[in-house]
Write a protein that binds this ligand. Structure first.
Ligand code: FES
Ligand code: FE2
Length: 384
């Protein structure tokens, strides 16, 4: 990654650190509890945010050579994404055109063709129907009319977006807009997935995203873990259309002679947290990138599906470096799992107890204002 020289940004961080403050919103923000706990609200979100928007579902490097595939589930839709011989990606409903069986069960792999396990209809990487056993029994099946059903897929900056699942096509470049150069800077396309994990959590999907959007909790909840590396003061918030971003100093920032802080050095001393609408967080953390997505688990507002990718700057981590990367994984995943998500679980439970009808975001929790205001705008625009 190459963060451009931003003297003004470094100066702003230093000034805020001296005052023990951070970017501040104009006022506090009242966030309705029902947005997290209400099934009817989730139904509107599923339609507006998850079926009608492109969503990050993979890293490009997982799909490197022709035949490399990945399956994923979005809102009950099972999708199959496959690298084509010409280098492009295609995506399909992972549903057999004979009787509807899921064609591919594996989460990832490499195959020249995909054979349905039920009656062995065979599909090509391009989704075409290649072979039907006992084809005569189908009166000479029209193969062209029985290809896998395509889904929109796009690839930018080493990330893969799937969807929208329904409704009008979305131009991915227009969708990303001002966040595009920020993502491009991360060079995710040059890296490789060190580890990927998918798990369910007993919280609303938005609480997973909320976890990453304020540093107010760092000194308290993470005093013995990431709070030792990241300062918690002086986050500098930016809105990028419906996406958002903040940068914040690591502990090491304060000790650096500011006069000598160059381009190359700057990114050593900050974290960069990028929120990609509607449900992804991409984090630059000195020597690696991690990205998280959170999706509702069908119609249950109290459950979500979380996915995490840890990206190393090189395609494949050398054996000698694995221990260091295992440590990176433990800090990334271990801390969030052991410290943050338990908070989210108790919050979600509490939402159903009737204690309050809203929660409050402080002026210092500006990333939460930015996220929830973007959701609110999208829901309002769609008539939700
Ligand atoms: S359902 Fe797939 S081959 Fe019959
Ligand atoms: Fe945290």
């Amino acid at each position: 990654m190459n963060v451009p020289v931003n003297r003004a940004l470094a100066d702003r961080m230093a000034a805020m650190m001296a005052l023990d403050t951070t970017s501040l919103a104009d006022g506090t923000y009242r966030q309705p509890v029902s947005d997290y706990a209400d099934s009817a609200h989730l139904e509107r979100e599923r339609d507006i945010l998850f079926r009608r928007q492109p969503l990050i579902v993979a890293a490009s490097s997982e799909l490197e050579k022709p035949g490399d595939f990945r399956t994923t589930d979005i809102d009950g839709v099972s999708a199959l994404i496959v690298r084509q011989a010409d280098g492009s990606l295609r995506a399909f409903h992972n549903v057999c055109r004979h009787r509807g069986t899921r064609v591919v069960d594996e989460e990832s792999g490499c195959k020249p063709t995909f054979t349905c396990k039920f009656h062995a209809w065979v599909y090509g990487a391009d989704g075409s129907l290649r072979h039907v056993p006992m084809a005569d029994a189908f009166g000479g099946v029209d193969k062209n009319a029985h290809a896998l059903v395509p889904l929109p897929v796009a690839e930018r900056f080493g990330l893969v977006w799937l969807g929208p699942l329904v409704g009008p096509a979305v131009d991915i470049d227009a969708f990303l807009g001002p966040i595009a150069p920020v993502l491009a800077d991360l060079a995710i396309d040059k890296g490789g997935v060190f580890r990927f994990l998918r798990f369910t959590e007993e919280t609303n999907w938005k609480l997973i995203v909320d976890t990453f959007l304020e540093l107010y909790h760092l000194r308290h909840l993470h005093a013995k873990t990431v709070g030792r590396f990241v300062d918690g003061r002086a986050m500098v918030q930016e809105s990028h259309g419906q996406h958002g971003r903040f940068r914040a100093p690591r502990k090491s920032f304060e000790a650096v002679d500011q006069a000598t802080l160059t381009d190359d050095l700057f990114d050593e001393h900050v974290i960069d947290v990028i929120r990609v609408f509607p449900n992804a967080i991409v984090i630059w953390n000195r020597d690696h990138v991690e990205f998280w997505t959170a999706l509702p688990d069908r119609g249950d507002p109290d459950r979500c599906i979380v996915r995490l990718w840890l990206i190393s700057p090189e395609r494949n981590v050398a054996d000698a470096d694995r221990e260091r990367w295992d440590k990176n994984w433990d800090i990334t995943y271990g801390t969030v799992r052991a410290e943050d998500f338990p908070m989210a679980r108790t919050i979600q439970k509490g939402f159903h107890g009737g204690a309050q009808d809203h929660v409050v975001f402080g002026r210092n929790e500006i990333g939460l204002h930015d996220f929830h205001a973007a959701l609110k705008r999208a829901m309002a625009t769609a008539g939700g």
